[in-house]
Structures are given as structure tokens and as C-alpha cells.
Design a protein around this ligand. Structure first.
Ligand code: HEC
Ligand code: HEC
Ligand code: HEC
Ligand code: HEC
Ligand code: HEC
Ligand code: HEC
Ligand code: HEC
Ligand code: HEC
Ligand code: HEC
Ligand code: HEC
Ligand code: HEC
Ligand code: HEC
Length: 265
């Protein structure tokens, strides 16, 4: 915050004002009341002190009326402060029109988040923009507030816009494979239940269930690890179990064992 040099420089303007105020509110002009106080404002202005009292936040606790309004008409006419008087030095404070979102300086966190907002949000959430750019998807083509709506901090459910892959899947499940800002980069951990894969790969699931081999006891993600479409090699787990001559002659395990889901042995 920049220090306001004008804070205690009321001078002649205040003196003239005070005489004018005294007339206006019928107070006696007293020499010791040489400067207007924050507490005086409420005598004539009802709305702003109330707004500040209720929702002034840091504009109530960290500063007073007169830090922003330096002087008073008629002596001083231009007493509406620019936000940049105190807020400067970050990308957010370079935005062109503060009042587009901060609609009232007396209630600074009453926000109106309208229109298509992306770069405005990125003045504080740069990593999200980097993520959307690094993992291109249709989510990059919509504005931040298309999903996050008009309340800052609102988090939507995926299922507000999408259907699950099967009826029992919940919103919390989506995050075990998809990130909101990189939805096509499907990654998961080693605890994911088969049912989430089987929603799209019922043939694989059915084959494993029908095959009495020890592969049946393995989760899909025990073999297909971490990232969608990862396909393991038999040798990743089994090495070269037979005599070298056999592997040299039949390099493809499947020529004797068929597939991992439908083992012949
Ligand atoms: C005696 C009554 C009175 C008191 C006390 C008073 N004001 Fe005012 N204020 C007025 C009037 C009347 C106007 C309208 C003046 C005009 O438009 O020329 C006004 C206008 C304003 C404006 C609008 C200026 C503009 O350019 O639109 C601001 C801001 C303001 N006052 C702030 C304050 C603050 C801050 C205090 C306390 C430090 C205060 N006033 C104390 C009567 C008062
Ligand atoms: C953070 C700075 C800030 C503080 C603190 C502040 N104001 Fe203001 N005030 C503004 C700004 C900016 C405007 C212009 C609002 C607008 O453009 O709609 C304004 C406008 C006003 C107006 C004119 C309203 C109008 O509709 O024209 C009055 C009166 C006023 N303030 C009084 C006060 C009083 C009284 C206090 C203390 C209780 C106060 N302000 C505290 C920044 C401030
Ligand atoms: C006279 C100095 C001053 C002016 C002018 C001023 N502010 Fe502030 N504002 C502060 C201070 C001090 C704080 C608290 C510390 C900080 O966040 O920098 C603050 C905090 C805020 C906050 C956070 C509130 C909270 O409690 O978390 C917002 C939002 C804000 N200001 C917006 C604005 C906007 C928009 C304007 C212009 C309409 C403005 N300010 C004008 C001094 C000012
Ligand atoms: C597109 C909407 C938008 C615009 C335009 C905007 N802000 Fe903000 N501002 C926000 C949001 C959202 C927050 C976060 C509020 C929260 O933390 O609850 C915020 C927070 C703040 C804060 C408190 C947090 C901090 O970083 O100190 C200040 C101060 C602030 N804005 C000042 C300004 C100023 C000054 C301008 C104009 C240069 C401005 N804002 C323009 C949306 C906006
Ligand atoms: C002035 C800085 C600022 C601006 C501008 C801003 N935010 Fe934030 N945002 C924050 C801060 C600070 C938090 C709280 C800390 C955190 O959780 O990261 C937050 C939190 C959030 C959260 C909730 C995080 C959670 O885990 O609950 C979402 C969602 C969000 N912001 C979205 C947005 C969107 C969308 C925009 C643009 C309309 C925006 N923000 C603009 C500073 C800002
Ligand atoms: C298609 C909808 C959608 C879009 C577009 C979107 N988000 Fe999100 N965002 C979400 C969902 C859902 C979550 C919560 C789940 C998650 O984090 O994976 C979230 C979480 C967040 C969070 C809190 C968690 C975190 O990762 O820090 C922030 C902050 C956030 N979004 C900001 C933004 C910003 C800024 C933009 C625009 C650049 C944006 N979002 C675009 C849906 C979206
Ligand atoms: C506010 C609506 C909204 C929310 C919330 C939302 N999406 Fe989307 N999503 C869309 C739109 C719009 C598209 C592009 C059109 C389509 O495919 O339906 C899309 C596309 C997708 C795509 C395909 C991307 C592509 O490029 O083909 C995936 C995957 C996706 N969303 C997953 C999610 C997940 C997971 C969540 C929760 C973390 C989520 N979405 C939250 C609106 C949303
Ligand atoms: C097992 C991991 C997994 C879970 C859990 C999951 N998805 Fe998906 N999702 C995928 C895969 C894989 C794709 C296909 C990606 C491709 O086509 O390459 C996909 C595609 C999508 C698409 C793009 C359109 C489509 O249907 O192909 C959307 C939208 C989507 N998921 C939403 C969701 C939602 C909403 C949830 C939670 C209810 C969810 N997903 C849970 C793995 C998952
Ligand atoms: C939303 C549907 C969906 C979900 C959920 C899903 N997949 Fe897929 N999967 C696909 C699609 C579509 C393909 C591409 C099929 C093609 O290319 O013929 C695919 C392909 C694959 C492939 C083949 C890759 C290749 O190179 O041939 C493997 C392995 C795979 N998925 C494993 C899984 C596993 C394991 C899960 C659970 C963690 C899962 N899938 C969840 C839709 C899904
Ligand atoms: C023992 C390890 C193993 C397990 C368990 C396993 N897979 Fe596979 N999967 C493989 C291997 C290896 C391949 C490559 C083809 C082959 O050689 O059998 C494959 C191929 C695939 C393919 C692409 C070819 C095809 O058959 O469609 C999909 C999709 C797939 N697996 C999905 C799944 C799903 C879903 C599960 C759980 C229900 C699963 N896998 C369980 C090892 C496994
Ligand atoms: C992620 C590790 C993994 C991968 C990849 C894998 N397997 Fe296995 N396989 C196992 C485990 C674990 C067993 C059970 C071993 C035990 O209990 O002794 C097994 C057992 C077997 C058996 C014995 C079956 C039984 O019921 O006794 C055969 C044959 C076999 N695997 C062949 C293959 C072939 C061929 C492939 C490739 C198509 C393959 N495996 C891929 C882990 C894997
Ligand atoms: C020429 C046919 C053939 C090829 C090629 C082949 N196997 Fe086998 N494999 C067998 C036969 C027959 C058995 C059962 C008899 C045995 O234990 O030697 C077997 C057994 C196994 C077993 C179970 C061993 C145990 O101790 O339970 C595993 C695991 C296995 N093979 C993995 C592989 C892998 C991995 C490959 C490819 C690198 C492969 N096999 C290639 C014929 C083959």
C-alpha cells in the first residue's frame, strides 16, 4: 500500500468546510474542532458509513473515510480516490476497470463477476492458465466463470454439465481420473476400482471374470498403471520365465498364452 501523503493536510479547505458544515448542521464553530473527523461524516451521510460498518472489511479496519476522501466540497471538489492511490504493483492492480467487479469501494468484496472472464482471473491464478494451456481440451474454450459462476470461489460439480460413465458413479469419483483443467489427461492411482474401467471396457472385464487364471485377482490398474492407455509388457512382471531358446524362437508370449485377459496356460 502506498502511503497517502495528503492524510493530515486538510489546511484551509477543511477550515472553510468546517464553517460551512457548522452552518449546515447548526453546530457552533469552535476553534478546537479544527479538523473534520471520520465520526463527523455520519452526521450527513447515512448510507456509506452503514455500508462500511457492515461490509467494509479492510476498508473499515485498515483505513478511515478520510484516507480515501481527502478534503470535502465545496473547498475541495475532486475527492473520489482512484484505487491506484493505494493499490499498485501486482498484475491484478493493472486491470483497467476496478469497478467492473468491485462495484462499491465501501463494500470492497461485494463482487460482480459478469462477462467472459479469463485473463482477469489469471492475474491471481496463473497456474490454472498454465495447466489449461499445457493440456489442451474443450475446457480451455470456455471462460472461467462459465464453470465457476458469479460467486468467487464457487466450485461446480462435473455432473452439473456431464453424465457419469455409469449410473452409480458419483461426482467425487470423477477426480480420481480427471482434473478439471486438464480433463483429457486421464491419470489415476493404484487403488481405483475396476468398475470405473469396466464402464467402457466391459469386454476386458468379462474376459477376466471368465478366465480362471491368477490374473483374475489383479485390478485393471495393477497392470494398466497410472495413465489411461498404458499397456504393460508381460516381461515387466514375469521377465523371461522360460528357457532362452524358447523365448528366442517365440518372442511373442501370446503365441502360447493368448492374451493377458484370456490366458491359456
Ligand atoms: C454537514 C454535512 C456533511 C458532513 C458532516 C460531511 N458531508 Fe460529505 N457531503 C455533504 C454534502 C451536502 C455533499 C454534496 C456536496 C456537493 O455535491 O457539492 C457531500 C458530498 C460528499 C462526497 C461526494 C463528493 C463528490 O465529488 O461527489 C463525499 C465523497 C463526501 N461528501 C464524503 C464525506 C466524508 C468522508 C465526510 C466525513 C469526513 C463527510 N462527507 C462529511 C455533506 C456533508
Ligand atoms: C477505500 C476508499 C474509500 C473509503 C474508505 C470510503 N470511501 Fe466513500 N467513496 C469511495 C469511492 C471510490 C467513491 C466513489 C463511488 C462511485 O464511484 O460510485 C466513494 C463515494 C462516496 C460518497 C459519494 C456517494 C455518491 O453516490 O456519489 C460519499 C458520500 C462517501 N463516499 C462517503 C464515505 C464515508 C462517509 C466514508 C467512511 C464511512 C467513506 N466514504 C469511505 C472510496 C472510499
Ligand atoms: C486510501 C487507500 C485505499 C484506497 C484508495 C483503496 N484501498 Fe482498498 N485497501 C486499502 C488497504 C489499506 C487495504 C488492506 C490491506 C491490503 O489489502 O492492501 C485494502 C484492501 C482492499 C481489499 C481487500 C479487502 C479485504 O478485507 O480483504 C479490496 C478488495 C480493495 N481494497 C479494493 C479496493 C478498490 C476496488 C479500491 C478503489 C475503488 C480501493 N480498494 C481503494 C486501502 C485503500
Ligand atoms: C474481473 C473482476 C475484477 C476486476 C476487474 C478487479 N478485481 Fe480485484 N478482485 C477480484 C477478485 C475475484 C478478487 C478475490 C476476492 C477474494 O479473495 O474473495 C479480488 C481481490 C482484490 C483485492 C484483495 C486481494 C489482494 O490481492 O489484495 C484487492 C485489493 C483488489 N481486488 C483490488 C482491485 C483493483 C485495485 C482493481 C483495479 C485495478 C481490481 N481489483 C480489479 C476481481 C476483480
Ligand atoms: C485478486 C486475486 C484473485 C482474483 C482476481 C481471483 N481470485 Fe480466485 N482466489 C484468490 C484467493 C486468494 C483464493 C483463496 C486461496 C486459495 O484457495 O487459493 C481464491 C480462491 C478461488 C477458488 C476456490 C479455491 C478452493 O480451493 O476453494 C476458485 C474456484 C477461484 N478462486 C476462482 C476464481 C475465478 C474463476 C476468478 C475470476 C473470475 C478468480 N478466482 C479471481 C484470489 C483471486
Ligand atoms: C469446465 C469447467 C471449468 C473451467 C472452464 C474452469 N474451471 Fe476451475 N475448476 C473447475 C472444477 C470442477 C474445479 C474443482 C475440481 C478440480 O480442482 O479438479 C475447479 C477448481 C478450481 C480452483 C481450485 C482448485 C485449484 O486447482 O487450485 C481454482 C482456483 C480454479 N478452478 C480457477 C479457475 C480459473 C482461474 C479458470 C479459468 C482460467 C478455471 N478455473 C476454469 C471447473 C472449471
Ligand atoms: C459448467 C459446465 C461444465 C462443467 C462444470 C464441467 N464441464 Fe467438462 N465440458 C464442458 C463443455 C461445454 C465441454 C465441451 C463440449 C462437450 O464435450 O460437452 C466439456 C468437455 C469435457 C471433456 C471432453 C474434453 C474434450 O476436449 O473433448 C471432458 C473429459 C470433460 N468435459 C470432463 C469434465 C470433468 C471431469 C468435469 C469436472 C471436474 C467437468 N468436465 C466439468 C462443460 C463443463
Ligand atoms: C476410470 C477413470 C475415469 C473416471 C472415474 C471418470 N472418467 Fe470420464 N473419461 C475417462 C476416460 C478414459 C475417458 C475417455 C478419454 C478418451 O476418449 O481418450 C473419459 C471421457 C470423459 C468425457 C468426454 C466425453 C466422453 O464421454 O467420452 C467426459 C465428459 C467425462 N469423461 C466425464 C466424466 C465424469 C463427469 C466423471 C465422474 C462422474 C468421470 N468422467 C469419471 C475416464 C474416467
Ligand atoms: C469413458 C470411457 C473409458 C473409460 C472409463 C476407460 N477407458 Fe480405456 N479406452 C477408452 C477408449 C475410447 C479407448 C480407445 C479405444 C480405441 O482406440 O479403439 C480406450 C483404450 C484403452 C486401452 C488400449 C490402449 C491401446 O493402446 O490399445 C487400454 C489399455 C485402456 N483403455 C485401459 C483402461 C483402463 C485400465 C481404464 C480404467 C482405469 C479405462 N481404460 C477406462 C475409453 C475408456
Ligand atoms: C495381468 C495384467 C492385466 C490385467 C489385470 C488387465 N489387463 Fe488389460 N491388458 C493387459 C495386457 C498385457 C494387454 C495387451 C494385450 C495382451 O497382450 O494381452 C491388455 C490390453 C487391454 C486393452 C486393449 C486391448 C483390448 O483387449 O481391448 C484394454 C482396453 C484393457 N486391457 C483393459 C483392461 C481392463 C478394463 C482391465 C480390468 C477389468 C484389464 N485390462 C486388466 C494386461 C492386463
Ligand atoms: C502387472 C504384472 C503382470 C503383467 C503385466 C502380466 N502378468 Fe502374468 N501374472 C502376474 C501375477 C501377479 C501372476 C500370479 C503369480 C502367482 O501368483 O504366482 C501372474 C500369473 C501368470 C500366469 C500363470 C497363471 C496362473 O493362473 O497360474 C501366466 C501364464 C501369466 N501370468 C502370463 C502372462 C502373460 C502372457 C502376460 C502378458 C500378456 C502377463 N502374464 C502379464 C502379473 C502380471
Ligand atoms: C512356446 C510356448 C510358450 C511361450 C512362447 C511362452 N510360454 Fe509361458 N508357459 C508355457 C507353458 C506350456 C507353460 C506351463 C508349463 C510351465 O510351467 O513351464 C508356461 C507357463 C508360464 C508361466 C507360469 C509359470 C509358473 O511357474 O507358474 C508364466 C508366468 C509364463 N509362462 C509367462 C510367459 C511369458 C511372460 C512369456 C513371454 C515372455 C511366455 N510365458 C512365453 C508356454 C509358453
Amino acid at each position: 500500500m502506498k502511503k497517502n501523503n495528503h492524510l493530515h493536510r486538510l489546511g484551509l479547505g477543511a477550515f472553510v468546510l468546517l464553517g460551512w458544515l457548522a452552518l449546515a448542521v447548526g453546530l457552533p464553530v469552535q476553534a478546537e474542532a479544527a479538523a473534520l473527523q471520520n465520526a463527523d461524516c455520519i452526521k450527513c451521510h447515512e448510507a456509506q458509513p452503514r455500508e462500511i460498518a457492515e461490509k467494509g472489511r479492510a476498508h473499515k479496519t485498515a483505513i478511515g473515510c478520510m484516507d480515501c476522501h481527502v478534503g470535502h466540497p465545496p473547498a475541495v471538489t475532486d475527492i473520489i480516490p482512484a484505487c491506484s492511490m493505494c493499490h499498485a504493483g501486482t498484475p491484478h492492480f493493472e486491470l483497467p476497470n476496478c469497478s467492473q467487479c468491485h462495484t462499491n469501494a465501501h463494500t470492497p468484496l461485494d463482487l460482480r463477476l459478469a462477462g467472459d472472464l479469463v485473463n482477469e482471473c489469471l492475474t491471481c491464478h496463473m497456474p490454472i492458465g498454465q495447466q489449461l494451456a499445457a493440456y489442451p481440451s474443450a475446457h480451455k474454450d470456455v471462460a472461467c466463470n462459465f464453470c465457476h459462476a458469479d460467486t468467487h470461489g464457487y466450485i461446480p460439480d462435473c455432473m452439473q454439465c456431464h453424465r457419469p460413465h455409469f449410473a452409480q458413479q458419483t461426482n467425487a469419483d470423477c477426480a480420481s481420473c480427471h482434473g478439471a483443467h486438464k480433463p483429457l489427461n486421464v491419470v489415476y492411482d493404484d487403488k481405483l476400482a475396476d468398475v470405473h474401467c469396466a464402464a467402457c471396457h466391459n469386454v476386458a472385464k468379462d474376459e477376466l471374470l471368465a478366465n480362471p487364471s491368477k490374473h483374475q485377482g489383479l485390478a485393471c490398474v495393477a497392470c494398466h498403471q497410472e495413465k489411461h492407455k498404458m499397456v504393460p509388457l508381460c516381461a515387466d512382471c514375469h521377465g523371461a520365465p522360460h528357457a532362452p531358446g524358447i523365448h528366442a524362437r517365440f518372442p511373442d508370449c501370446g503365441s502360447c498364452h493368448n492374451t493377458a485377459h484370456d490366458l491359456v496356460y
